[in-house]
Design a protein around this ligand. Structure first.
Ligand code: DGJ
Length: 716
């Protein structure tokens, strides 16, 4: 009997002494302490540990609190075809047809934040580097892999995870964020049982329409806000992804996260390397709240652009005009925007198309020349008029897509993602351009470059993307390389986005994909903020914002006040206040009274903007538990508390979090027409935390916002 099989039985028996189960060929392993080499990847509070045995095999011996040393070991980055019979992290068909891979550590190193463990197949010049970058203060570890083919022929990667982590044994609860157009980021939690659970996307583009590439794993019980061990994972990838959770026969949880290899086996030529996207793991033993705050700080500092610069308050025209506008209409909105105190105007879809004017979504996409009927003086006239009113100007693009009724399609039918002999299937009357083709990438860059260089007044872009791939096929890629499409598309997209970001460092970008269809930390490296959803009814948006708050910091989540839904303008503002505020309303049609409500709300938001956008989030009451929900943001100099009621909520004492017990706070209700509830009189932080903030009864769609100002030290 092979040694590793014997060891496996031993381990299984140790965990379940009465078990008489048959041995399973496997590389699950119990390490002999005397011969091990240990690699520690540590953050402030967490550790990920590996050991190397005397044969050079790599084992993982725990992920979690730095203080706890887990001695049980399972094979790290398990490979297919050589003994491992569960989900593999890597499955390769070598140049000679061998379907197995054996990996041994050749060396490992630590340079600054990065640990690299280099593995090689002893029989093949096939190399696997496991990379880990620690962001110490936030207990975040970025995990990715580089695969290198030095064989004398092509190898095929059939599975290629970014991260393969064992979480040990115990009970785990998984939270996913699923949904669809106008109903994004719905939270659903389940306990993981034996076997395989997969969360994935096969959409390729607009890949997160049905599921965000994020997950929460809570150990030992369902997810709690302020207690318990919790792991947050997020794949920095805008394409199809796969998160697999397998509870192995010995009770251990293995997770495999990365690009979805389904119908995407990737062919690697000799000498080529393949770098997987990063899987970002965050850890906390103080619940989801602490985890989110760490992720928010990490995303602000390490992912999004200019994450410490408060964002402009903008006016968008999508819901107020749709495609029906002209220069006069847009310019008329500028005056109102200025009066209300807005900073930026964003012109949405519908501004382009000469032969095929973009008057609805059936035509014109791809023809990025201003429509002379709507904008006879071009975009330049708008940027100049905006500037005169003291407004910045932003413009909508959907540069990856094309309508069949367009000049672009007539000129370049070979630029589309399509399959031979198949009737083209449209979504929103449009098709996806093939970004694997360098000519197409150049075109897409030139579209943006041309518009921005001709109109230097544009300082903001909304980058939209309104369909996913249903018929994968690239006229550019060789017929043997068709399965590379999904990966090469995203790489092509990132190449263009990077070029735009580096060529125009002062132009801000909003990531949008028919609402929240592209919400990953890969695309967000090139952007400043995202549009989470086209659902702007504040009642339903509350839930969407709540879901987004687990991963995305408020500064990156655009919330626009519209006239959608039945609630008051005040309620709509209060809901939008808890992220990056904007408006999407025809200001010309607002009554004088409503304009005043808006003017005063924008001024109030500007007072609390830094608290919201740069502060620490504390979730207090979930809308899922209703009828009231609440959250707050805290910084050194104060806090802001948001309270929303969707039904009848009785008066209550709302226990606050995150503020300093030894400080006193003056508490004032803000965004109220008449003098708000003034709780004033220096309430102590301790009283607010332990006793709570006395909040009034609220009816359906009523809300209140409280500003806690300037803590004053009052001693211990
Ligand atoms: C989908 C976006 O989510 C909307 O905000 C808007 O920009 C439309 N596309 C425009 O077609």
């Amino acid at each position: 009997m092979r040694r590793d099989v014997q060891v496996y039985i031993g381990r299984l028996r140790a965990m379940n002494p009465s078990s008489e189960q048959e041995p399973v060929a496997s590389a699950i392993y119990s390490q002999d302490a005397s011969s091990k080499v240990s690699i520690q990847i540590t953050t402030h509070n967490a550790a990920l540990r590996f050991t190397i045995d005397e044969h050079g095999k790599l084992f993982q011996s725990g992920f979690g609190s730095k203080g706890i040393h887990l001695t049980d070991c399972s094979e790290a980055f398990p490979t297919w075809g050589n003994g491992w019979v569960f989900e593999p992290a890597l499955s390769v068909i070598h140049a000679d047809g061998n379907t197995s891979t054996d990996l041994r550590v050749s060396r490992w190193s630590k340079t600054g934040q990065i640990t690299k463990i280099e593995l090689k197949d002893p029989e093949y010049p096939f190399f696997v580097d496991l990379l880990f970058r620690t962001i110490e203060a936030e207990d975040v570890i970025e995990v990715w892999t580089v695969l290198r083919n030095e064989e004398d022929g092509e190898v095929k990667l059939e599975a290629y995870a970014s991260s393969a982590l064992h979480f040990g044994d115990g009970d785990f609860w998984l939270t996913q964020f699923h949904g669809q157009f106008t109903d994004e980021a719905k939270m659903a939690e389940e306990k993981l049982g034996y076997g395989l659970k997969v969360l994935d996307s096969k959409l390729g583009v607009r890949a997160h329409q049905f599921r965000a590439p994020w997950l929460l794993l809570s150990k030992g019980g369902p997810l709690q806000e302020d207690e318990g061990e919790v792991f947050g994972g997020s794949l920095a990838w805008s394409g199809s992804f796969r998160f697999a959770f397998e509870v192995l026969p010995n009770g251990e949880l293995q997770t495999l996260c990365g690009v979805n290899p389904f119908a995407s086996a990737y062919k690697l030529a000799p000498g080529e390397a393949f770098e997987t996207p990063k899987m970002i793991w965050a850890w906390s033993d103080r619940g989801a709240g602490d985890l989110s705050r760490k992720l928010h700080r990490y995303i602000r500092r390490e992912v999004i652009r200019d994450g410490d610069e408060p964002r402009a308050v903008l006016l968008n025209n999508w819901e107020s005009t749709y495609f029906d506008f002209d220069e006069g209409k847009i310019v008329s909105l500028f005056e109102g925007a200025r009066e209300i105190g807005l900073d930026l105007f964003l012109l949405d879809d519908g501004w382009f198309g000469q032969k095929y004017p973009r008057n609805d979504d059936t035509q014109g996409l791809g023809d990025w020349t201003p429509d002379p009927r709507k904008l006879p003086n071009g975009i330049g006239a708008l940027t100049r008029a905006a500037k005169e009113k003291g407004l910045r100007f932003g413009l909508w693009f959907e540069p990856e897509m094309v309508n069949p009724r367009s000049e672009l399609f007539e000129k370049h039918p070979e630029w589309l993602i399509r399959q031979p002999k198949r009737q083209i299937e449209l979504q929103r009357n449009q098709m996806v351009l093939d970004l694997t083709n360098p000519e197409v990438r150049e075109f897409v860059f030139d579209v943006i470059e041309g518009t921005l260089s001709r109109n230097p007044g544009i300082s903001y872009i909304k980058w939209d993307c309104n369909r996913y791939i249903t018929q994968p096929g690239s006229p550019y890629l060789h017929r043997d390389m068709q399965e590379n499409l999904q990966v090469d598309y995203v790489r092509g997209l990132y190449a263009v986005m990077e070029k735009v970001a580096t060529s125009y460092p002062d132009v801000q970008i909003m990531m949008c994909s028919g609402g929240g269809g592209r919400v990953d930390l890969g695309a967000m490296r090139f952007a400043h903020e995202l549009w989470p959803s086209d659902m702007t009814d504040p009642v339903r948006r509350l839930f969407i914002q709540w879901g987004f708050s687990y991963f995305m910091p408020a500064i990156a989540v655009a919330n626009h006040v519209t006239l959608s839904g039945e609630s008051s303008l005040k309620f709509a503002f209060d809901v939008a206040f808890s992220g990056r505020l904007g408006m999407d309303v025809d200001l010309d049609k607002l009554s004088k009274a409503d304009r005043e409500v808006a003017r005063s709300a924008v001024a109030v938001y500007k007072e609390i903007r830094e608290l919201v956008q740069l502060g620490d989030l504390y979730r207090l009451e979930s809308p899922y538990a209703g009828p009231r929900s609440s959250l707050m943001y805290v910084k050194e100099n104060g806090a802001v508390v948001f309270l929303y009621s969707l039904g009848d909520s009785p008066p209550a004492c709302l226990r606050l979090k995150g503020i300093v017990p030894s400080c006193s706070y003056s508490v004032r209700e803000i965004n109220v027409a008449t003098e708000g509830l003034d709780l004033n009189s220096n309430l102590s932080g301790r009283a607010l935390i332990e006793g709570g903030l006395p909040v009034p009864a609220l009816g359906p769609c009523e809300s209140a916002v409280f500003h806690l100002e300037r803590p004053v030290e009052t001693g211990p």
